[in-house]
Design a protein around this ligand. Structure first.
Ligand code: HDE
Length: 730
């Protein structure tokens, strides 16, 4: 049966005219499933699609077989080059709506009219892996938003981390060559834990802040739906009076910002490499639409140099404590694509797609990106007409004198394809600023042509330090372990030592903890970059922002654990049920979870019906073999006579052991507690039968107290405090 998306494609009065227009634009290009006749690409009905045309039953195939030739030729050409970066991604449609007019800041219509719903297409991605790689790689995530506005398309092509590795676009090919699989043997896939990446990084002090983010849990998100997004560069907002202000764009997820554990990420990569893709798809199919608020940090022109670091430097963020994030509107993803290739794969984002009211700054990374995005589509999508592919088409009317090229769709009538012209009444006509014509902000410029960076770009460690010191103790431990893991896989001792030298500039304790795991002592001096044109930093006089260099400065906005408890809506709980399980207890648990928008999923010794103590059969969505606790947010084991069998099942033991190890909320009732004991999960404490930690809930039954304890622990996402003792029982 054809899949039905929860959002109807028919024009809806609940959608804005623009959103309806985009839906219909895509609809008109969609070949909907239904009662149709099989044809060739030229509309000739096909009579036999099972056998090729042959000279006799056992004879050779005939060249004349136009159907065979067409079918195989098309198949041979089905693949296009994958994106050179961000190759693996998934996307969804949705809408954006501003809460109230931002006319004092910008003239962009979609940011000034609270009554307007702007259709969007959002693609999330990893950076280094190829199209078929795992979702859970330790990596930056792309967060690219295409706004189909009435005044043209605006693309906010951001990441889930607010800074970047390099300050100047000229180093981008080097960065990507270093992180991608090594060119002689194409190893490793989707991983930064190898020599070439760390060789490059250790020679680039400017990358240290981004490295802190990359080694933090931000690089292994729980879900695309639980990631922040950042525009990274400083942009400009320009209002109708021509006043410009600097802006940093943020996306704040309403479900909170959450990550998984590194061991868990590696296991998910094997159990379900499509984990993030599936999570996004299923949430939208189930009508649990992911939402983010658009956040703005605004800096007045006069304050350009007041922050102590350079706003044009993409390795710096503006601490939220210095300039608060104003939440100005909401993004909702509400419809899955109909066709992965046609929409997600062919979507062409471009940082240069701006609309009146939004403008660029001279950030040298941003400037280089302005060139790259069209250039890459020319090879990837095969020519200059990729803007005519349905997913890339603007909803604003498009008229210009560009013509021809590969795969041109538009039939431009008439004999005039130039301007100015008199033969065609000088149409299409330029728009005045008042009529919505894009006018670049007249920023005064002057200077000598140089290949240089300003001294204001030379402070490479103070924000790295601020990030590290803003993390909670468990987050710091995760970061240290990530560095131990990654640098532990590096074979070159020189590279390892250079990295430890850098870490020593960030935090002595960080450096010695990592150094110990590498068998290195911590050198006192910073690593000198081999390239004299890249500043080494380390000299305090380079630290523009004295407050950030101060070890006591922290920004709690940078810590994920500082922002729990949060909602548990859309979280999934595996409930292990065996024959004769406690139906009433499981029903009470399911109800309590559903009341908070979370779902209980039954996992049985086998798939299909499991008979409970009420003699009714309940469908188990998975068996202990077809799923794993790393694919769930929490685990509960139900009471019942069959539960004793779990204690002899190594997969069941592994299931709960992993959930405990990954610091998830776990619950067990009655006989189910035996499985915890078999897995060495502490359920008894010296002072009686008090559960061992705040996220372990056990009792004879799933009583309201047990359920409350379990659900409360889920709201904290993970009980990282469990980790220090993990080496004992596990
Ligand atoms: Fe990209 N980047 N990038 N990038 N980028 C691409 O464009 C590039 C950078 C980002 O879902 C490519 O269509 C250069 C920063 C995202 O389709 C390519 C530089 C940020 C996506 C390209 C950067 C990004 C891309 C590859 C340094 C965060 C995926 C395919 C000057 C603010 C978009 C494509 C999607 C994709 C070039 C740096 C985000 C080659 C040259 C910084 C989310 O054009």
């Amino acid at each position: 049966m054809a899949r039905r998306s929860p959002v109807s494609r028919a024009a809806s009065p609940r959608r804005s005219a623009a959103a309806n227009a985009k839906v219909q634009q895509l609809e008109s290009s969609t070949d909907q499933p239904g009662d149709t006749t099989l044809t060739t690409n030229h509309g000739v009905a096909i009579n036999d699609d099972q056998n090729s045309l042959k000279a006799g039953e056992r004879g050779p195939s005939l060249l004349e077989d136009f159907h065979l030739r067409e079918k195989i030729t098309h198949f041979d050409h089905e693949r296009i080059p994958e994106r050179v970066v961000h190759a693996r991604g998934s996307a969804a449609h949705g809408v954006f709506q501003v809460y109230k007019s931002l006319a004092t800041l910008t003239k962009a219509g979609f940011l000034t009219d609270p009554g307007r719903e702007t259709p969007v297409f959002v693609r999330f991605s990893t950076v280094a892996g190829s199209r078929g790689s795992t979702d859970l790689a330790r990596d930056v995530r792309g967060f690219a938003v295409k706004f189909y506005t009435d005044e043209g398309t605006f693309d906010l092509v951001g990441n889930n981390m607010p800074v970047f590795f390099i300050q100047d676009a000229i180093k981008f090919p080097d960065l990507i060559h270093a992180v991608k699989p090594e060119p002689d043997n194409e190893i490793p896939q989707a991983a930064s834990a190898h020599d070439t990446f760390w060789d490059f990084i250790s020679a680039m002090p400017e990358s240290m802040h981004m490295v802190m983010w990359l080694m933090s849990d931000r690089a292994i998100p729980r879900s695309f739906r639980m990631m922040e997004g950042f525009g990274v560069h400083t942009f400009r907002l320009v209002n109708a009076n021509g006043t410009s202000r600097f802006v940093k764009f943020h996306w704040k997820p309403l479900l909170g910002v959450h990550s998984v554990a590194w061991d868990e990420a590696q296991k998910i990569s094997g159990k379900d490499p499509d984990f993030h893709r599936r999570d996004l798809w299923e949430a939208i199919e189930e009508g649990k639409f992911p939402e983010w608020e658009l956040g703005l940090q605004i800096v007045e022109e006069k304050d350009e140099f007041a922050l102590g670091f350079d706003l044009l430097d993409p390795t710096k963020l503006i601490p939220e404590e210095l300039v608060p994030v104003q939440r100005v509107g909401k993004l909702t993803l509400n419809r899955n694509p109909d066709n992965f290739f046609a929409e997600t794969e062919q979507a062409a984002f471009h940082i240069g797609h701006v609309v009146p009211g939004i403008d660029f700054t001279n950030d040298p990374l941003l400037q280089g990106r302005l060139f790259s995005y069209t250039d890459t589509q020319l090879i990837r999508l095969g020519g200059p007409n990729f803007h005519e592919i349905p997913i890339n088409r603007a909803i604003a009317p498009v008229h210009n004198n560009q013509r021809d090229g590969h795969m041109r769709q538009t039939i431009s009538a008439g004999n005039v394809s130039y301007g100015p012209n008199t033969l065609g009444d000088n149409q299409p006509a330029q728009a005045t600023a008042a009529a919505g014509g894009y006018v670049t902000f007249p920023e005064p410029l002057g200077g000598t042509k140089v290949r240089q960076r300003g001294a204001s770009f030379f402070d490479h460690y103070s924000q790295a330090r601020m990030f590290f010191r803003s993390q909670s103790a468990p987050e710091q431990q995760h970061l240290i372990k990530a560095l131990r893991f990654e640098l532990g896989k590096v074979k070159s001792p020189d590279v390892q030592e250079r990295m430890v030298r850098h870490l020593a500039q960030i935090d002595k304790e960080l450096a010695s903890s990592v150094g110990r795991a590498l068998g290195l002592t911590v050198p006192a001096k910073p690593a000198a970059p081999p390239n004299h044109s890249i500043p080494a930093d380390g000299d305090p006089k380079n630290h523009q922002h004295r407050e950030l260099a101060d070890p006591t400065i922290v920004s709690s906005a940078l810590s994920m654990t500082a922002h729990v408890p949060g909602p548990i809506a859309t979280r999934k709980v595996a409930v292990l049920v065996a024959d004769g399980f406690d139906a009433a207890g499981v029903a009470a648990l399911t109800k309590a979870l559903a009341a908070r928008g979370a779902a209980a999923v039954l996992v049985g010794p086998h798939v299909g019906q499991v008979v409970a103590d009420d003699n009714k059969g309940y469908a188990a969505a998975f068996s202990i073999l077809t799923t794993s606790s790393v694919l769930f947010d929490a685990v509960a084991v139900a009471d019942g006579p069959g539960a004793a069998d779990w204690t002899r099942d190594v997969d069941a033991i592994e299931f709960v052991k992993d959930a405990y190890r990954h610091c998830k909320a776990v619950a067990a009732s009655g006989e189910g507690i035996k499985l915890f004991r078999a897995a060495d999960i502490p359920v008894d404490e010296p002072e009686g039968d008090r559960p061992a930690d705040a996220a372990t809930a056990v009792g004879d039954r799933f009583t309201p107290q047990v359920i409350k304890r379990f659900v409360t622990a889920m709201a904290d996402h993970r009980l990282w405090a469990r980790e220090p003792g993990l080496h004992l029982p596990i």
